[in-house]
Design a binder for this molecule. Structure first.
Ligand code: PLP
Length: 388
């Protein structure tokens, strides 16, 4: 999809970037300033290795911010700073999974969860969730998926790709099931600062103080501070796992880039107004995107609680139901829909099959309200023309 979109752009097409997985905002100015200052302070500041799992001041800042926004206080010894949240998750996979292990992953899932499990020779156990249930795993489905081989369970709240987020009671019900097992629970909270309509994100750690010895939290600056390219993410784990992560990371990448760690300290300890401004902008865009998608004949879309994705059921656009054909061929799946939208409407979006949810398409609203309106209008036009 990216290659086709790039090709179209190269040919002069104005492609609507509804496929992106990163905020279109800039990081807070003070982050850039902190990086400049760290540079001008000169060596050894940002030119030498740092401790493998992060600069102490960054670990302190992570703990303090976790307490401020997630409601619990980890110890610095529990923090492993990695090269983005993806790296944090991968280190955990390497430290924990081995052939024979099962890892429960509810679908729709972020693409890397099952792939990382497979890379370690373990087996992802996919629990399919339904739109009618808000794309949230039900406790009984979770209980059924658990086995003596379950090494871990991965939850993402708010979710990429659906934007769904678990309420406190929903999470508590899942935790009750989890506590009947010996498995680790991994909760990816990378989107937790981006929630809307007064939704309150509840961190699993605040509900599971009696089981913190098996709980892993993933977080980072990528989404909250629009710092995807800086590559700073982290895990919060029990000390015994943090020690293993130190070994894994110490034998692969060593520390995350020093200057990026300094920038992350500034993001976490500085004024937080830009986070709220970005959240408010996403909240408005979410409504424009979801209402726009719902205005397309037959398309349904749940109003997501968080992140910056709308996950639309596009099965009504298949040829059998819509009569729309593309290049003389019937449209029969979400990939056909996505390529049709890209080629005809110049709207780049991601087919749901990639997230284990065929029939759906993920539309990112990390772009301006105006672009969202124009992109939706473009889809409407090509649908009308195709049906005419
Ligand atoms: C659910 C989820 N977790 C983790 C990541 C990875 O974040 P990072 O860019 O910090 O590696 C992403 C990025 O898209 C994501 O969507």
């Amino acid at each position: 999809m990216n290659a086709r979109a790039a090709d179209l752009r190269a040919k002069g097409a104005d492609v609507f970037a509804f496929g992106v997985g990163e905020p279109d905002f800039d990081p807070p100015a003070l982050v850039l300033e902190a990086a400049r200052q760290a540079l001008s302070a000169g060596p050894p500041g940002v030119s030498k290795y740092t401790p493998v799992t992060g600069i102490p001041a960054l670990k302190q800042a992570i703990c303090a911010r976790t307490q401020a926004v997630r409601g619990w206080l980890p110890r610095p010894s529990q923090v492993t700073v990695s090269i983005g949240a993806k790296h944090a998750l991968f280190n955990i996979a390497l430290a924990l999974y081995e052939p024979g292990d099962e890892v429960i992953v509810p679908s729709p899932y972020w693409v890397s969860y099952p792939e990382q499990v497979k890379l370690c020779g373990a087996e992802p156990v996919i629990v399919t969730t339904e739109e009618a249930d808000g794309f949230k795993m039900k406790p009984d489905a979770f209980a059924k998926a658990l086995s003596p081989r379950t090494k871990a369970v991965v939850l993402c709240t708010p979710s990429n790709p659906t934007g769904s987020a678990y309420t406190g009671p929903e999470l508590s019900a899942l935790l009750e099931v989890w506590k009947t097992s010996d498995a680790w629970l991994i909760v990816d909270e990378i989107y937790a600062d981006l929630v809307y309509d007064g939704f309150k994100h509840v961190s699993a750690a605040t509900l599971a103080s009696d089981a913190l010895d098996r709980l892993i939290v993933i977080d980072g600056v990528s989404k909250t501070y629009a710092m995807t390219g800086w590559r700073i993410g982290w895990s919060l784990t029990p000390d015994r796992l943090a020690k293993a992560l130190d070994t894994v990371q110490g034998q692969s990448t060593t520390n995350a880039t020093a200057i990026a760690q300094h920038a992350a300290i500034a993001a976490l300890t500085g004024p937080q107004e830009t986070v709220e401004a970005m959240r408010v902008a996403f909240e408005k865009r979410r409504r424009v995107m979801v209402e726009g998608l719902r205005s397309l004949p037959g398309v349904t879309c749940r109003m997501p609680e968080g992140a910056f994705y709308a996950f639309a059921d596009c099965r009504s656009l298949y040829t059998a139901t819509s009569g729309v054909e593309y290049k003389g061929k019937p449209i029969t799946n979400d990939e056909d829909v996505a390529f049709f939208l890209l080629d005809q409407a110049h709207v780049a979006a991601v087919p749901g099959g990639a997230f284990g949810a065929p029939g759906y398409v993920r539309f990112s609203y990390a772009t301006s309200e105006e672009r969202i309106r124009e992109g939706i209008a473009s889809i409407k036009r090509v649908l009308e023309a195709a049906r005419a």
